[in-house]
Design a protein around this ligand. Sequence first.
Ligand SMILES: [Fe+2]
Length: 342
Amino acid sequence: MPGQNQHPKFQMSQNPSPPIDQQTLARLEQRLGHVHARQRLGIEHDHEAVFGHGRSFFHPENWYSSHTLFKAALKFTGLYAVGQRNAQKIRILTNPVPLPNLPSAFHNFTILHITDLHADLNPEPMHRLALILPGLQYDICVLTGDYRGQTFGPFDAALETLRRLRAHIRTPVYAVLGNHDSIRMLPAIEDMNIRMLMNESIPIARDQHHIHLAGVDDAHYYRADNVHQAAHAIPPGTVSILLSHTPEIYRQAAHAGFSLMLSGHTHGGQICLPGSIPITLDASLPRALGAGPWTYASLTGYTSVGVGCSIAPVRFHCPPEITLHQLIRPADSSKAAPANAT
Ligand SMILES: [Fe+2]
């Protein structure tokens, strides 16, 4: 954006995004409002800085040279092929979610949760996911961000892969953006019949009862989230689910009264020590919230380790996943199956 501050010392992008066209800008401003659209675009313009933005100080995903070094080190040690094979073994996890106040009409309501595709960087996992999707049973699907491999540059390849996957996912599909996604991707994703939740909520009806689904823009790097705006239209005391790419806003979500938060971002560490111990989560977050189910105050949460990889298409001691969240009334929770892998 013209007039925005630049950080020439830390400009790491080798392939910056092209200027936005007026038609896309007008569509974003109409969809999001002038402030949200201009703010997100402006921060994207600054975003190649490795240090000092977002919730954490260091952003290795923005440091292009680290990707090449990392891959070279893995290939030198012979671990690259092993990590690639690990990254293709997508697990299908079931997560029972007991929720007080859940209307009986929503007992066993199932949410397919897919996150962190990094679609252009992970062609083989995307192919395997396309084979898995038609066999799944669920009521709605949610996508919690990071469709693009890099945090900058072109996004057409990621969108094309998402478009192919979308053909295998039943409607309705709801989504939020992650810290690897440009706001410019939003019109194309909505054109795929994916409802983006940009600091807003929608009611979901069943037999004249409602639960509410909200979503926020990326809170990790762009900090374009607005939890109270997302929660504004949700009646107090009703079951409400928040989609946030990063779980780092767990406190805000809990105290805003959300019942459940679904997130990704951490990749569970992606490169872990034996025992699934992450080396880094790239998040300002207690480790207990880095992967799988968790609770904070009255908030139930789940952090998916995601499908794809970033920086390099490898995983160690942290296999990829898609998750089926099964909402249950607490009185019936003993009947639900425990979390498991299939
Ligand atoms: Fe990611």
